[in-house]
Design a protein around this ligand. Structure first.
Ligand SMILES: NC(=O)c1ccc[n+]([C@@H]2O[C@H](COP(=O)([O-])OP(=O)(O)OC[C@H]3O[C@@H](n4cnc5c(N)ncnc54)[C@H](O)[C@@H]3O)[C@@H](O)[C@H]2O)c1
Length: 249
């Protein structure tokens, strides 16, 4: 049986990388999916590839009004939203703290952190109407530990905040059938990773992972499908690390 049959999902930052993998997998598991991103061309291309179970809607996740429009479009096409994957995120400039501009700090927090609040705020009424839902917030191992050698206070602040927002939503809405969990990937091979690390650096990163490789997008989709599905019905308010053992060191 399809693990996400009957679910209506919004996935942010789904034009490429992990978000695109989640969209493909959600459709394969029987969900209706609203692919959202600021990259319209790639997003529309993916929606066309996935057929009638998918649609694309442009969304800058930091834009409150944009969220209202997406939730309303999802409802009109597929019905009330029952799954939300807050996946969109940016690394930002990655400068040492004393060299980072406030504007850059705030931009990273708007896209990685405020977005998670906005997404939840806008889908919760839809989930209550549907009798429940699952919110999956993509954080990072940077939301669990500080990363030595890669300065990025804005990314760390935003990804730790995702973890806190998730727990608070979980306890506020648990009795209304809404679950919220955070996902904390380590090194995952996506355009974000290949923009930040060259082949040699990816090889070194792989060697530092106890499991001996970097993660692939499908590794993360396996976990996100579980959290969005009814299989995880008693799992809420928790953080799920998927890093090949990196933070166990
Ligand atoms: N790749 C990794 O190793 C890794 C590790 C830990 C956590 N993460 C997190 O996983 C998530 C996905 O990362 P990825 O590696 O697939 O990234 P990616 O850069 O490959 O894809 C991110 C997508 O988000 C979109 N996006 C950027 N800003 C946006 C905005 N304001 N509104 C809407 N969409 C926007 C981009 O257009 C892109 O399609 C991010 O939250 C990232 O922080 C990634």
């Amino acid at each position: 049986m399809a693990r996400l049959g009957g679910k209506v999902a919004i996935i942010t930052g789904a034009a490429q990388g992990m978000g695109a993998a989640h969209a493909r997998r959600f459709v394969a598991e029987g969900a209706k999916v609203v692919i959202t991103d600021i990259n319209r061309e790639a997003g529309e291309g993916l929606a066309a590839e996935l057929g009638s179970a998918a649609m694309f809607h442009t969304l800058d996740v930091a834009n409150d009004a944009g969220w209202a429009a997406v939730v309303s479009a999802a409802r009109e096409r597929f019905g009330p939203v029952t799954a939300l994957v807050n996946n969109a995120g940016i690394l930002g400039p990655g400068k040492p703290c004393a060299e980072l501009d406030e504007a850059d700090f705030l931009k990273v927090c708007a896209i990685n952190q405020t977005s998670v609040f906005l997404g939840a705020k806008h889908v919760i009424p839809s989930m209550i109407e549907a009798g429940g839902g699952s919110i999956v917030n993509i954080s990072s191992i940077s939301g669990i530990v500080a990363i030595y050698g890669t300065p990025n206070v804005a990314y760390a602040a935003s990804k730790f905040a995702v973890r806190g927002i998730t727990k608070q939503i979980a306890i506020e809405y648990g009795k209304q059938g809404i679950r919220a969990n955070s996902v904390h990937p380590g090194y995952i091979r996506t355009p974000m990773m290949t923009a930040a690390l060259d082949d040699e650096q990816i090889k070194i990163a792989s060697g530092s992972v106890p499991i001996g490789r970097v993660g692939e997008v499908e590794d993360v989709s396996n976990l996100v499908v579980f959290l969005a599905s009814d299989e995880s019905g008693f799992v809420t308010g928790t953080e799920h690390i998927i890093d090949g053992g990196l933070t166990a060191l």
